[in-house]
Design a protein around this ligand. Structure first.
Ligand SMILES: CC(C)(COP(=O)(O)OP(=O)(O)OC[C@H]1O[C@@H](n2cnc3c(N)ncnc32)[C@H](O)[C@@H]1OP(=O)(O)O)[C@@H](O)C(=O)NCCC(=O)NCCS
Length: 197
């Protein structure tokens, strides 16, 4: 089903853009070739405690997983998957990933993971702030959503700090256990088309 999802070419999963940047971070459109570069950062049990993302135990497994992400949703043209590798601009070290699924109703769901060696330094906040701006600018997104296991205090604090509001709490399942997820939403106002500001 095609629901009229509007996006610029550079918004596609296989973005032709070069890396974007903020003060301390580089955002590289994810490719399977990032697997050896990100394997060390993502081979970290603490990252997967509250998320369903599979913990790849080899570079080959991570490459397959990244390959699927980059491929996107296939026939389903009602959504776009966007993925980036996060890198420190000062040292060039890869520290994590950033994801967004853009839906036809101008809503986007986001996800983020940072190697625990780099937690608590504001990198996720910097990355998510960039991502929200990017989604508004490129896809005219008007609402950004994230689903967070209620036990994931770091992520909940991050979202609240960025202005997200918890709209509901729903039962979920993670690693074979029944869990509770908080559904967060941030309303954003996309600029009018043609605005140069
Ligand atoms: C959730 C997660 C992304 C947070 O990453 P992070 O880089 O530690 O997040 P930040 O550094 O931006 O914020 C963490 C703390 O650092 C503080 N901080 C330190 N320096 C900062 C700076 N320069 N700018 C902003 N915040 C800063 C923040 O105030 C925040 O404090 P708080 O937790 O007491 O509110 C990370 O824990 C993670 O990857 N977890 C595993 C995957 C996951 O759960 N993803 C979310 C799924 S919903």
């Amino acid at each position: 089903m095609r629901i009229g999802l509007r996006y610029t070419e550079s918004m596609s999963s296989q973005s032709r853009d070069g890396p974007a940047s903020t003060e301390r971070l580089l955002f590289e459109p994810l490719s399977a070739e990032h697997a050896p570069l990100l394997f060390h950062a993502l081979d970290d049990d603490r990252i997967y405690r509250y998320v369903p993302t599979p913990h790849a135990v080899s570079i080959g497994e991570l490459k397959d997983y990244f390959g699927k992400l980059v491929q996107g949703p296939g026939e389903d043209q009602s959504q776009i998957w966007l993925n980036w590798a996060l890198r420190l601009s000062a040292s060039g070290v890869y520290i994590g990933t950033l994801q967004a699924t853009v839906l036809a109703d101008r809503e986007a769901w986001i996800g983020y993971m940072i190697s625990s060696a780099f937690w608590g330094q504001g990198y996720a906040s910097e990355a998510v702030a960039w991502l929200i701006e990017e989604l508004v600018r490129r896809a005219g997104v008007s609402s950004v959503r994230a689903s967070v296991d209620l036990r994931n205090r770091r992520s909940s604090r991050l979202l609240r700090r960025m202005g997200f509001l918890k709209e509901s709490t729903e039962s979920s399942e993670l690693h074979g256990q029944t869990t509770m997820d908080g559904h967060y939403r941030l309303a954003v106002a996309p600029k009018a088309r043609g605005s140069t500001e």
